[in-house]
Design a binder for this molecule. Structure first.
Ligand code: PLP
Length: 390
């Protein structure tokens, strides 16, 4: 069987693969601690779930407008605009089933075959996939561990050329937990303005920041008209399986993205959108409590990891991932991830699941109970203690 070039470059997401391997081990009776999958361990807020169930019972189970319910688009425009300090109109908001469509469809709408798109390496695997499907040229730019995993700005500057069309940013980042500083954002924004580039800003973890509010590049001068913000409900409101996300972009682009949605997805489940409306309009105390709890886990987990000889782990500023440096063990990330699954019963991901720039790192999610995190630290300490270090 032969396939179009645009799909032959696609590969599976590592997290799904590791989850399947961990579950296969569990089926043999092994106890596994799951730190591989990136989703909140808490249930969605009760009033949000209730709004979804009520909407089904009220018959909100039919087709809706492709770009989303007008009330939800307006609520997102107000809330997401306030959060970032920018003016957003409802017509700039496009709702989709999850945040991924707000990455994929704007990329399809903007990137011509052969256009170059800069993206972070290590980075969320969808970036390389969507650029490839759009028949653009993926240009990975390495991240700098010493600068909170921001782009290496020297490499970023050298990656820019006349074929560059867009830059993908992710702050707070999956897999590193890094948050881009104002200075870094200003550097990138200046290049985007000067060269007339688009920025696709994946801000899905923007509410999960521990030490300071996240700055959106769209709030910098002259940037709203060239930025696509990708955000959603999966992480903030623990709604991963409900599938609800959105993009914020200039109106003309939103119209093109709406057409892509019309002809592919059709529309997002109507009752899910009612749940989203309740999430935005209802109390935010559960989100705030979740951030406090993640911060507690982060502090404990990072301290525990750094106490393991050979591990060097930065304190992530956002999201719920740690990205420890494991180069001292002199093994590949994949080897170490396999070893730790088998030997310690801890499922985690090799940094290379996020691009070749992830070599030398592991990604662990701390969206798990403190009790499980403590147990994982214990097991990792024992298993890693058996290895030689350089
Ligand atoms: N962007 C990043 C950085 C993510 O980590 C994820 C999910 O893991 C997404 C986008 C996709 O979110 P959703 O599940 O809402 O499509």
């Amino acid at each position: 069987m032969t396939f179009a070039d645009r799909v032959t470059q696609l590969t599976a997401e590592g997290a799904y693969h590791m989850l399947a391997r961990a579950q296969a081990l569990e089926a043999t009776g092994r106890h596994i601690i799951h730190l591989e999958v990136g989703q909140p361990d808490v249930p969605a807020p009760e009033h949000v779930t209730r709004a979804g169930i009520d909407a089904i019972q009220a018959g909100h189970t039919r087709y809706g407008p492709p770009a989303g319910l007008p009330a939800l688009r307006q609520a997102i425009a107000t809330a997401a605009g306030q959060q970032r300090g920018i003016e957003v109109k409802a017509s700039q908001v496009v709702v989709g089933p999850g945040a991924k469509p707000a990455l994929f469809f704007p990329t399809l709408a903007l990137v011509h075959p052969g256009d170059e798109v800069i993206y972070p390496d290590p980075g969320f695997p969808t970036y390389a996939a969507m650029i490839g499907v759009a028949q653009g040229v993926p240009v990975p730019v390495p991240l700098d561990e010493d600068h909170d995993f921001a782009f290496n700005l020297d490499r970023f500057d050298r990656a820019l050329n006349d074929r560059t069309r867009a830059i993908v940013l992710n702050s707070p980042s999956n897999p590193t937990g890094g948050v881009l500083s104002r200075a870094v954002l200003e550097h990138i924004a200046a290049a985007a303005r000067e060269r007339d580039l688009w920025v696709i800003a994946d801000e899905i973890y923007a509410r999960l920041a521990f030490d300071a509010p996240v700055i959106s590049i769209a709030s910098l001068p002259g940037m709203a008209e060239r930025t696509v913000i990708c955000d959603g409900f999966s992480k903030t409101y623990a709604l991963t399986g409900w599938r609800l996300g959105f993009g914020i972009m200039p109106e003309a682009l939103a119209e093109r993205v709406e057409l892509l949605l019309t002809h592919s997805i059709g529309c997002t489940a109507t009752f899910t959108q009612y749940a989203g409306l309740a999430a935005i309009n209802g109390p935010q105390d559960q989100v705030e409590a979740m951030v406090v709890e993640y911060k507690r886990r982060r502090d404990r987990f990072v301290a525990g990891l750094n106490a393991i000889p050979g591990i060097k782990c930065r304190l992530p500023q956002g999201a719920f991932y740690v990205f420890p440096n494991i180069t001292a063990f002199g093994r590949t990330s994949q080897w170490l991830a396999d070893y730790l699954l088998e030997e310690a019963g801890v499922a985690l991901l090799p940094g290379t699941d996020f691009g070749s720039g992830g070599e030398g790192y592991l990604r662990l999610s701390f969206a798990n109970s403190l009790e499980n995190l403590e147990l994982a630290l214990d097991r990792l300490t024992k298993a890693l203690g058996k290895l030689d270090r350089q």
